[in-house]
Design a protein around this ligand. Structure first.
Ligand code: FAD
Length: 464
């Protein structure tokens, strides 16, 4: 096939040079490539463009630009409606093809359709590439007679035996049309309101993090991933969200390392694919119940504010909510607990919690966030939808001496050992000195209310 003069590689959730099928295909199809990123005003209008992710994104774009420059190219940045901007860029350089990654949210699916029509009306072609955002493309494995797996375990069995595509090398050179116009690449410093502890973004940072992880820390992951104070998970989620690391490459490399830790880590990457394949098949599950339970959620603004601010009176819940506000990230075990506390103990709509998480999480992702929230709320894919996590049991198991709580709640930092989990039990004078609220709700009363609401009076909640 003869090469075209130019093509467009539209970067979306794949802000990397290594293992990028979109960039590879664009380079193979033309002599010159426009490596394009559009600061999409549609994402902004939908409320998804929040300071923590914008700051991380700016790091990613700067690093991508630097990587392209090392290879003789540069990043082309535009801002506006993504369809209009891509069509304009394609027309300016005379590109016959635009390459991009397939993605699963309703927004991404509509964007792809709009872009396809607009390009075709202009005599151009949209080429959408699979296995860029996830390791296995959504829909690659399906149950008999269904379009997606609703339960993780059978999905994981099929996922494990499915073949993954090979890893693609980073290009050596990238030739970009000289006259391609670009806005300045944004910088983190231009973003107000960023949480103080937001990690640095970018492919170089992501690859360095994975290299550090792919040894002792990953070996220990199977045993330590739920230990809140140890902070012994990979923290690669923002890199996977922005695609500065490729899920395909991580699975290959972890499998090569091998062992229980690597296997447990790969299983988590399969969870990520699982939620993506659910959302691809049921895009409306981003806002509607995947399995409606007839919930008539409570809505008490003061209780919701106490949960958001980390002032519920349950130290483990509060520590986690403060970590979220400070770092734009929260440990998975803590996400499970805080989400269970909101949706079950307080019986507040999962959408309220999911929105707050999306406002702050650097890894905030429609598939992973909305479907994990539904999983916890019992409206999603959990096969035990009515279990309620108890903050005191969780504390005993995952923060036994209270180190995690003391790290995030300075007002309790003087309390020794596990007593930090139950400040209401302290002797009167000691308790009175603490600037810390009484528990917002009695735990068993909250659990009973939830069970009644679900029509399960008198049943055990299988608390954990
Ligand atoms: C209520 C709730 C909301 C969540 N919201 C998000 C979100 O917006 N974005 C997000 O990436 N993850 C979300 N998760 C999943 C999980 O908590 C995070 O992916 C994980 O804590 C990130 O930390 P890590 O990179 O150290 O994970 P590790 O334990 O090191 O796992 C490796 C990778 O596997 C993936 N992964 C791990 N657990 C899950 C899971 N349960 N579902 C899907 N993928 C998983 C992530 O990409 C993660 O980076 C949510 C979980 C809950 C319970």
């Amino acid at each position: 096939m003869t090469k075209a003069t130019a093509s467009v590689a539209l970067f979306t959730a794949d802000l990397r040079l290594h293992d990028n099928p979109v960039l590879r295909a664009a380079l193979d199809s033309a002599h010159e490539v426009v490596p394009l990123f559009v600061l999409d005003t549609g994402v902004h209008a939908a409320g998804y463009d929040v300071p923590n992710r914008r700051a991380f994104l700016a790091d990613c774009l700067r690093d991508l630009d630097a990587g392209l420059r090392e290879r003789g190219g540069r990043l082309i940045v535009r801002e506006g409606d993504v369809v209009r901007e891509v069509c304009a860029a394609a027309s300016e350089c005379g590109a016959r093809q635009v390459h991009m990654a397939g993605d699963v949210s309703l927004y991404a699916q509509r964007r792809e359709e709009r872009l396809r029509h607009a390009l075709e009306a202009d005599g151009r072609q949209l080429r959408v590439h699979d296995a860029v955002v996830t390791a296995l493309p959504p829909g690659e494995v399906t149950p008999a007679g269904g379009d997606h797996f609703a339960v993780f375990t059978p999905y994981f069995r099929r996922w494990t035996s499915a073949g993954l595509r090979g890893v693609i090398r980073a290009p050596r050179t990238v030739r970009v049309p000289e006259d391609a116009a670009s806005l300045p690449v944004p910088s983190r410093e231009d973003t107000p309101g960023v949480s103080p502890g937001v990690a640095a973004g970018g492919e170089s940072e992501g690859r360095a993090r994975f290299a550090a992880w792919n040894g002792r820390p990953m070996k220990d992951y199977a045993d330590r991933h739920d230990d809140l104070a140890a902070d012994a998970t990979s923290r690669l989620s923002p890199h996977l969200h922005f695609g500065t690391l490729s899920a395909v490459e991580l699975v290959h490399r972890a499998r090569r390392t091998g062992g229980d830790g690597a296997e447990a880590f790969v299983r988590q990457l399969a969870w990520r694919d699982f939620h993506h394949q659910v959302l691809a098949a049921r895009p409306r599950a981003s806002s509607g119940d995947y399995r409606p339970r007839g919930d008539r959620w409570r809505h008490d603004e003061d209780e919701i504010a106490a949960w958001r601010d980390g002032r519920t009176g349950y130290p483990l819940v509060d520590a986690a909510m403060r970590q979220l506000r400070h770092e734009g990230w929260m440990h998975n075990r803590a996400r499970l607990l805080t989400a269970s506390f909101l949706t079950k103990t307080l019986y507040v709509d999962w959408r309220v919690g999911a929105r707050h998480f999306l406002d702050l999480l650097v890894d905030g992702d429609v598939a992973n966030n909305q479907l994990n929230w539904q999983w916890v709320a019992g409206t999603g894919n959990d096969t035990r939808p009515n279990r309620v996590l108890n903050p005191l049991t969780q504390a005993r198991r995952f923060d036994p001496d209270g180190t995690y709580v003391r790290r995030w709640l300075p007002e309790l930092a003087e309390l020794r050992g596990p007593s930090v989990h139950q400040p209401w039990k302290l002797p009167g004078r000691e308790r009175a000195r603490l600037d810390y609220p009484e528990p917002l709700v009695e735990l068993s009363a909250g659990a009973d209310r939830f069970l009644r609401a679900r029509g399960l009076e008198g049943r055990s909640t299988r608390t954990g």
